[in-house]
Design a protein around this ligand. Structure first.
Ligand SMILES: NC(=O)c1ccc[n+]([C@@H]2O[C@H](COP(=O)([O-])OP(=O)(O)OC[C@H]3O[C@@H](n4cnc5c(N)ncnc54)[C@H](O)[C@@H]3O)[C@@H](O)[C@H]2O)c1
Ligand SMILES: O=C(O)C(=O)C[C@]1(C(=O)O)C=C[C@@H](O)C=C1
Length: 313
């Protein structure tokens, strides 16, 4: 598709994801108009100062007027309310999408709020532990997967346009059922966040280890956990509540596997431990071979807004 897939895009929620889409559309789809809206007036002010969109609306319904794509980038628990606020300005021909980290409950919330509209949910599997409008950058989606979950009655032409939109922002696109998405992401993203939140909390609660020791000796593995555990509390509260069944299923399996390793340590069974660690090392190597070792491809190497740093030139 050589022409831009949409003429005007509205982004609702101007934090990390919404801000990154705003930067990316301006950098990689230069003919497309970007309109932004956020429920928080302070975020709207910041978004204006950062140039996240060509225009930032102060009223939700005004933000959707004239747009042929509206992307909801709010916490998954706020999708329904955000969609209801936009509804009066939304044209029946516009495509409605989102970037929520869970898909079944978001699809249901959007369908309930916007009956009769074209809705095709999506999830760019790209992010960082940061949030807010100043966390966004244009290259967030480069070489990352974006999973599109079209409902069975979705218009294939609209699905193709959404796919072209994400490809233009640099993403690799895959389509799958919302239900399957939620199971896969429960194990690859949601459970790891739960584990990170747990271990950082456990370490800081230990009586034998002081807070200053936790900070001082966190150069290795623990430091990686603290990065993930710094992720936005609202976003992650909503993810766990919205993807409850799949997360609980994966948590059950994880607990069983952890018990096996616990047994091996207690029994001094080095073979079980060695075999397990050998298998997981191979998975890590596979991720790196696929060019997927860091969710932030250019982090620390450019200004992330589409222009290259001197080092990258
Ligand atoms: N952070 C990540 O790594 C990541 C990655 C992929 C997808 N996501 C998903 O993207 C979405 C946004 O996450 P984020 O990290 O950009 O969060 P964020 O906290 O950086 O931004 C969310 C913004 O939404 C606004 N908002 C909240 N309720 C609203 C409403 N009713 N109407 C309008 N604006 C509203 C907030 O004021 C805030 O500015 C979430 O659904 C999340 O699950 C996040
Ligand atoms: O890199 C990170 O910090 C992330 O947590 C990004 C991450 C992930 O788990 O991979 C987080 C939530 C998303 O919905 C997609 C991406």
């Amino acid at each position: 598709m050589s022409e831009a897939p949409f003429a005007q895009v509205t982004i609702v929620g101007l934090g990390l994801l919404g801000g990154s889409i705003g930067h990316a559309v301006q950098a990689f789809l230069p003919g497309v108009t970007v309109v932004g809206y956020d429920a928080d007036p302070a975020v709207r002010e910041q978004a204006r100062a950062l140039g996240l969109a060509h225009r930032i609306a102060d009223e939700a319904a005004q933000a959707a007027e004239g747009s042929d794509l509206v992307v909801f980038c709010v916490p998954v628990g706020a999708m329904g309310a955000a969609a209801r606020a936009i509804a009066p300005g939304l044209s029946m021909g516009a495509l409605v999408s989102d970037v929520g980290s869970s898909k079944e409950t978001v699809a249901a919330a959007l369908a309930e709020a916007l009956p009769g509209h074209h809705i095709i949910p999506a999830h760019p599997v790209a992010g960082t532990e940061r949030s807010g409008p100043d966390a966004g950058f244009a290259t967030l989606f480069r070489n990352r997967w974006c999973i599109i979950t079209p409902p069975v009655d979705a218009d294939p032409a609209l699905t193709a346009r959404l796919l072209a939109f994400w490809e233009a922002l640099g993403a690799r696109v895959e389509t799958m059922d919302a239900d399957h998405h939620d199971k896969v992401l429960a194990v690859t993203s949601h459970l790891p966040h739960l584990i990170a939140y747990t271990i950082v909390g456990t370490a800081s609660d230990l009586e034998q280890v002081t807070q200053s020791e936790v900070i001082k000796y966190s150069a290795g593995g623990f430091r990686d956990f603290t990065r993930i555990a710094a992720s936005d509390p609202t976003m992650w509260r909503d993810v766990f509540l919205s993807n409850k069944e799949a997360v609980l299923e994966m948590l059950q399996r994880f607990t069983e596997d952890l018990t096996e390793l616990q047994k091996a340590i207690r029994k001094g069974d080095g073979e079980v431990l060695f075999d397990h660690f050998t298998r997981t090392r191979a998975i890590r190597r596979g991720i790196i071979e696929m060019g997927q070792d860091d969710a932030r491809p250019d982090f620390g190497r450019s200004d992330h807004n589409g222009t290259k740093s001197a080092e990258e030139e």
